[in-house]
Ligand binder design. Structure first.
Ligand code: ATP
Ligand code: MG
Length: 344
């Protein structure tokens, strides 16, 4: 049994996840992460969701845009169905225990572990020498984000699987090095038809909010015409859609659009193909656009409404940070004691 730190929670299972305010929310973030966050709220979990602004600045962010993106992301969480009373909703920099635990984990994680991270390799690209030290250390901060709450479950998209494995490695090494059973081995929750939504322009690349091409993604704030246009222009192949999932083999763009449809409609991929098999993309794409607009328009409308009162958003974030700190502070204190910090 992992050592429990006394907090006032009545839950034994705790969910943590975060999204970077590194741009506007995409359909990938919504289907792979946020929609899942909403699903886990109100189940038998305590749910903690975070705008990870300290992660966002691992690549340069314009300060005004960062402030806007953080508030808009908060509006996105609420518009998608996160209740800031039921869940704890805050921005990472307001809870300094994340960065404090990250320093301890910087001293636990090994250079070799970090060098293997595919996100580091993808984001640093060919010019690693010029990437920030923060970008390299990103996964240790992510481990701290999760473990500062002793979170047991972390819903994420497929691209974060490797970072969650590293989080477990850090927890295991810490426990081993200090001969304690303190940090839990967190379970990744990577489920659904859209755990990896691909770029609309390149079926081999993940859809990302930081992609320089706006046409590569659907933003949660895109209007109906923009969504229709981006889907119409999405890369596809000349074949008709197959009637069974096997027929998507070797057709990444077709698979992507079908997965998006299935996730939005909350249907199995097989059931979607049973309906649309044999149709051309010229017929399927308008169906997909209509469904996307139907599902996204209410969320973007609500986001715009909430953004008219940023003072209220800031109050929600204040309150969320306060609640988060009541869990994080005793866990950091105990960590410092374990490590041998005088006065902890
Ligand atoms: P950035 O390009 O700045 O890294 P991002 O779009 O990758 O932005 P993140 O904030 O890094 O978004 O990730 C937030 C969550 O969204 C994570 O759980 C991540 O796994 C998930 N996610 C990101 N992109 C996708 C995608 N294309 N499909 C499914 N899930 C995704
Ligand atoms: Mg990302």
């Amino acid at each position: 049994m992992t050592e429990a730190v006394q907090t006032s929670s009545q839950f034994t299972r705790r969910v943590f996840s975060g999204i970077q305010p590194s741009g506007g929310l995409t359909l990938g973030n919504y289907l792979g992460a946020m929609k899942r966050f909403v699903d886990m709220q109100g189940q038998d979990y305590e749910t903690i969701y975070c705008m990870v602004d300290l992660h966002a600045i691992t690549v340069w962010q314009d300060p005004e845009k960062l402030r806007h993106a953080t508030r808009e992301l908060c509006a996105g969480f609420i518009a998608a169905g996160i209740d800031p009373e039921q869940s704890i909703l805050f921005n990472q920099s307001r809870v300094p225990e994340h960065a404090q635990l990250a320093w301890i984990f910087n001293c636990v994680a090994r250079m070799g572990w970090m060098q293997r991270m595919t996100q580091w390799k993808d984001k640093a690209g060919k010019n690693q020498q010029n990437a920030s030290l923060g970008l390299f250390a990103y996964p240790a901060l992510m481990a701290a984000d999760i473990l500062i709450y002793h979170a047991t479950h972390v819903p994420v998209g497929e691209d974060q699987k490797q970072h969650l494995e590293l989080t477990r490695d850090i927890a295991i090494k810490f426990n081993h090095d200090f001969k304690v059973d303190f940090f839990p081995e967190t379970e990744p929750v990577i489920e659904g038809a859209a755990t990896r939504v691909m770029s609309l322009r390149d079926g081999s690349k993940k859809m990302s909010k930081s992609d320089p091409s706006d046409a590569s993604r659907i933003n949660m704030t895109d209007d109906a015409d923009t969504i229709a246009k981006k889907i119409r222009k999405a890369k596809t192949d000349p074949e008709a859609l197959p009637s069974e999932a096997d027929g998507l083999e070797g057709r990444p763009e077709a698979r992507n659009l079908v997965n998006i449809y299935a996730a939005l409609a909350e249907m199995e991929v097989e059931a979607v193909l049973a309906e649309v098999g044999g149709r051309q993309f010229s017929e399927f794409k308008p169906m997909l656009s209509e469904l996307a607009v139907e599902k996204l328009a209410p969320i973007s409308g609500e986001m715009a409404r909430l953004m008219q009162d940023t003072a209220e958003i800031d109050r929600i974030l204040d309150r969320g940070a306060e609640r988060a700190r009541t869990i994080a502070a005793p866990i950091l204190k105990r960590t410092y004691e374990i490590v041998g910090m005088v006065g902890a």
